[in-house]
Design a binder for this molecule. Structure first.
Ligand code: NAI
Ligand code: MG
Length: 508
């Protein structure tokens, strides 16, 4: 829906932006299919807004099922053609060239991410280097994806009469569906391991944040990745996304987003039983014991909760603090949060930006209302900011209980819920931390190595950190237990999502 501020001149006249960024914003942004930028078959477009101002910054073509079909066909041709003929060292070099191009365009990526998603400057600044690291890490894999020889004796054959080995082959055409919270990172997280495995892709970025994925697609061509290997089709979830998830020509869907849509993806994938990996929601616990280094805990727990305004799946939104240090930790976090400069990411001083949309802010403020109504104590924040854009205050609730909806549900906004615990056994602390349908990440804060490692075993999550929260690196597997998802992205394990093994036996 267009907002009244749409009539304000677009960001292409903003002197703070690099000329290349301004040029990108005013350009006609077609879909990227088979190496060419093309309008949508039905001519539809999608307005793109800056959440820090509410104004329109760009317009991109909006894909529907017909465009998705063309993109899937192009990806299939590339999978069977140019990409299949590319040697593994060539695949590596193309990915490394793309890494270099990401770095060369780091300023434009930073500005696009800030304008499109609303992320603070310092996060925007990290994104192109992060993308490059993923492409370099996975660019090293094509030459190292190996099968095995197996000393089998099928049908009672004697040793030496048969040779059995496995091939690890690319799974085929991948449909990638990504959310708006870190658009470039989310795209690369799927692109890099899929390319390393020899797959081709159709990426449908979130309708709210399509820009950086389109630039990445342009750069992939410039890097020498053949046309059709990486197609980008911005569009709406219920339309382009649903068409991709159901498409018979797609062999695998890699999805990041809400748990609810994750379930819809699984249903849509049932038609041809395509493989599915899911990176879904979280409600991660941060558990602080009485002996923890509070100087470290206070800033880290603050950023765990408010990183990207809490709009990230790893957000440490449930803080469990031992009663002996509870008040000191809460006071420390409240005081530290008050010092965080809030405002548009284009100003490098700001570290806390807007929420992604008006709807998202309403959703978050609705949870704040519910939290108060259900008896939680508001220690900080809780209001929208009286400024342009979709800003909301960082919010801290104390005295929260496991049955409150603010504690049970993923809010995906800057709302931290604090609970206290006493001197019970570790199992009961872990039970409280695990009292959620999610299991993505969590952290434990203590100087006692025994407590730390016992808690690591007790917490049900794909990632548990000790004295830090949410370790992100291309080499570290990442993914969720329970309703946080299926599979592990990142690290060597992510390659398994894009490969299938073939067992071969030769009678000699
Ligand atoms: P969403 O799950 O609806 O969107 C994620 C992606 O899925 C987007 O590209 C969207 O277009 C696509 N999509 C939506 N419906 C689809 C369908 N039926 N078939 C195929 N693709 C579809 O997330 P949304 O609406 O942006 O945010 C809603 C809530 O989801 C957030 O408030 C948050 O709680 C959660 N969320 C969690 C994320 C995570 O990383 N864990 C990321 C984004 C949202
Ligand atoms: Mg949605």
């Amino acid at each position: 829906m267009d907002t009244p501020t749409d009539t304000v001149p677009d960001a292409s006249d903003d002197e703070r932006l690099a000329p290349a960024t301004r040029e990108f914003l005013v350009r006609e942004q077609g879909l990227l299919i088979d190496g060419r930028r093309v309008p949508a078959a039905d001519g539809r477009t999608l307005p793109v807004h800056d959440p820090a101002t509410g104004r329109r910054i760009a317009t991109v073509a909006c894909a529907s099922a017909a465009d998705v079909d063309l993109a899937v066909r192009a990806a299939r041709r590339a999978f069977e053609g140019d990409w299949a003929r590319t040697t593994t060292p060539e695949r590596s070099r193309a990915m490394w060239r793309l890494a270099e191009l990401c770095e060369a365009h780091h300023r434009t990526f930073r500005e696009l991410e800030i304008l499109d998603n609303g992320m603070p400057w310092n996060l925007g600044e990290m994104m192109a280097p992060l993308a490059a690291e993923f492409l370099r890490y996975y660019g090293g894999w094509p030459t190292k994806i190996e099968g095995r020889t197996i000393p089998a004796s099928p049908m009672g054959r004697r040793p030496g009469e048969t040779l059995t080995y496995t091939l690890r082959e690319p799974i085929g055409v991948v449909g990638a569906i990504t959310p708006w919270n870190s658009p470039l990172a989310m795209a690369v997280l799927k692109l890099a391991p899929a390319l390393a495995a020899g797959c081709t892709l159709v990426l449908k970025p979130a309708e709210l944040t399509p820009l950086s994925a389109l630039l990445l697609g342009d750069l992939a061509l410039e890097a020498g990745i053949p046309p059709g290997v990486f197609n980008v089709v911005p569009g709406f979830g219920e339309d382009a996304g649903a068409a991709l998830a159901a498409h018979e020509g797609v062999d695998k869907i890699a999805f990041t987003g809400s748990t609810e849509v994750g379930r819809a993806i699984v249903r849509a994938a049932a038609g041809n039983l395509k493989k599915v990996s899911l990176e879904l929601g979280g409600k991660s616990p941060v558990v602080v014991f009485a002996d923890a280094d509070l100087q470290a805990v206070i800033p880290a727990a603050t950023f765990a909760a408010f990183f990207l305004q809490g709009q990230n799946c790893m957000a440490g939104t449930r803080l469990f603090v031992h009663e002996r240090v509870h008040d000191a930790v809460v006071e420390g976090i409240v005081a530290f949060t008050r010092t965080l400069p809030v405002g548009p990411g284009l100003d490098p001083r700001n570290v806390f930006g807007p929420l992604i949309s008006r709807e998202q802010r309403e959703r978050v403020l609705g949870y704040v209302q519910t939290g108060r109504a259900q008896g939680a104590t508001l220690a900080l924040g809780g209001r929208a900011l009286d400024a342009p854009g979709w800003f909301a205050e960082p919010t801290i609730f104390t005295g929260t209980r496991p049955d409150m909806s603010i504690v049970r549900e993923e809010i995906f906004g800057p709302v931290l819920c604090v609970q206290r615990f006493g001197d019970g056994d570790l199992a009961s602390v872990a039970r409280a931390a695990n009292e959620t349908i999610y299991g993505l990440s969590g952290s434990v804060w203590t100087r006692d190595v025994s407590v730390a490692h016992r808690m690591v075993r007790l917490i049900d999550a794909g990632q548990v950190s000790v004295n830090c929260h949410a370790a992100v690196d291309p080499s570290i597997p990442f993914g969720g237990n329970r309703q946080s998802g299926w599979g592990r992205e990142m690290g060597e394990e992510a390659l398994d999502l894009y490969l299938k093994s073939k067992a071969v036996t030769v009678a000699l």
